[in-house]
Design a protein around this ligand. Structure first.
Ligand SMILES: Nc1nc2c(ncn2[C@@H]2O[C@H](COP(=O)(O)OP(=O)(O)OP(=O)(O)O)[C@@H](O)[C@H]2O)c(=O)[nH]1
Ligand SMILES: [Mg+2]
Length: 452
């Protein structure tokens, strides 16, 4: 993600802080300057940056760290807290009630409504809810076809009328149908014509009046940067926007600008889109988001992803703990690879592991899908014992494995190197390089549950 850049700059600012011998006014000023630079590059509004960094500076210089916490650690916490606040708050849709929840998706053309509608349906389906999709976009050619295709991909029913003209009528019928079928969440995708913005707003109002949605979600393209603010305000004025879904955070250097601008309108951000694929959606948790930006990692998101891509009986948090503390066998590594290939890119997963995301050079994170498949082949040729303890393999075994898996000795060695590297990193991490507590085990245990 290009937001990585923001993360990296913030991270290097904080790293500098850890290198400094002692913290004084000058060093704080330097840190503040680094943060300003990073945020401005991410297209955050200048005044907002100044206000934010002024608060950080004040607190860093005035507050006494609590007992047992060093001044540096305390400053890192301040930066983390202030940036989290700055990104606003989040909002949950309450699905635990008897009535179906109706959600109206609105947003300008190309913002990512249709994609996000399907992403949300899939997100809730994975959590055990029954979604239904309604296509109320009667303007864009192929709109129904697009949603239908996505709905088939995720196995969720869709209502629409390819030749229909009346979006209000379609919305009404679709919502009624799914209410009769006792769905848990009904998502209505709407049109996003651009030229006639006023007509669009009118239509949204009409649909809204007819179906009386429980939640209106505004979909906003983050590549707009701080301009996202005026769009969010415009929609907030005309429709009853309850929360905002910010898309395309994978593809823009302006993500920080978009997020902060949107939160400045006072509307909570509920989800973020981080890619074109169905699974590229995350609940927006400012604290979590910032800890990732700052390179502190994000175990809860990782666990959440793992939870949803594996069958319940398959889920093995114990194993995850073991692995993340560096005690992994090649067999574990293999199992994780299989899961990871279900979860999307390994880079994304690695980024969520504390301490790793920011410290592996980028080239090393690029373990492509193809390579993963090759690794899998190799591991399938290894014995249980070898998977348990790869060190027992000698060079003739390596040769045989390469032959058996139709790969090369070089690749087998490469796999060993990758595995060793990950193991070492996880180990060094578990020895404690986190700002606060130290061990990852502690972190898992002490993670505030309301963050997750
Ligand atoms: N990289 C990336 N692309 C996205 C994301 N969300 C949506 N897109 C892409 O953005 C483009 C537009 O998405 P749509 O879902 O069709 O947008 P829309 O708002 O429904 O567009 P209209 O129906 O024309 O108003 C598509 O190419 C999507 O794949 C995201 O989070 N990341
Ligand atoms: Mg659409």
């Amino acid at each position: 993600m290009v937001l990585e850049k923001l993360g990296k700059s913030l991270h290097s600012g904080l790293q500098k802080l850890t290198r400094w011998g002692r913290v004084d006014k000058k060093t704080v000023q330097e840190l503040v300057k680094d943060i300003q630079k990073a945020l401005l590059q991410a297209d955050v509004n200048v005044q907002m940056v100044l206000d934010l960094t002024e608060r950080i500076k004040e607190r860093a210089l005035e507050e006494e760290p609590p007992a047992g916490v060093s001044r540096k650690e305390h400053i890192i916490t301040i930066v983390y807290e202030e940036i989290s606040n700055f990104l606003g708050e989040t909002r949950e849709i309450n699905l635990d009630r008897d009535e179906p929840v109706t959600v109206l998706m609105v947003g300008l053309q190309g913002s990512g409504k249709t994609t996000s509608t399907a992403k949300l349906a899939s997100f809730y389906k994975k959590r055990g809810y029954k979604p239904g999709l309604v296509c109320a976009d009667t303007y864009r050619a192929g709109a129904y076809e697009q949603l239908k295709q996505l709905s088939e991909e995720i196995g969720v029913p869709v209502y629409g009328d390819q030749d229909g003209r009346d979006a209000v009528e379609i919305s009404k019928n679709g919502v009624e149908k799914f209410k009769e079928e006792s769905k848990d969440i009904i998502l209505v995708d709407t049109a996003g014509r651009h030229q006639e913005e006023e007509a669009l707003m009118d239509e949204m109002k009409e649909i809204s009046g007819e179906i009386n949605p429980d939640e209106v979600i505004l979909v906003i393209d983050s590549t707009l940067g701080q301009q996202a603010k005026s769009q969010a305000s415009a929609f907030k004025e005309t429709t009853d926007v309850g929360s905002i879904l910010v898309t395309k955070l994978d593809g823009t250097a302006k993500g920080g600008g978009a997020l902060s601008a949107v939160s400045a309108t006072g509307a909570p951000i509920n989800f973020i889109g981080t890619g074109e694929k169905i699974e590229d959606i995350e609940k927006f948790k400012p604290e979590r988001f910032v800890s990732r930006l700052l390179g502190m990692g994000d175990i809860e998101t990782l666990l959440e992803k793992i939870e949803e891509t594996t069958e319940p009986e398959d889920l093995d948090r114990e194993k995850m703990r073991k692995i993340m503390s560096g005690k992994l066998t090649l067999g574990d590594f293999y199992e994780q690879l299989e899961r990871i290939s279900n979860m999307g890119s390994i880079e994304k997963i690695l980024q969520m592991i504390p301490g790793i995301g920011m410290s592996i050079p980028e080239e090393e994170m690029k373990v492509g899908k193809e390579k993963l498949d090759r690794f899998k082949l190799i591991m399938q040729s290894m014995t249980e014992e070898e998977l348990e303890n790869p060190k027992i393999m000698n060079s003739s075994r390596i040769e045989r494995i390469a032959r058996g898996s139709n790969t090369s000795k070089k690749e087998v060695k490469e796999l060993m190197e990758q595995y060793d590297k990950m193991k070492k990193m996880l180990k060094s991490f578990s020895r404690g390089r986190m700002p606060k507590k130290g061990s990852l085990e502690n972190l898992l245990d002490e993670m505030p549950k309301d963050l997750g």
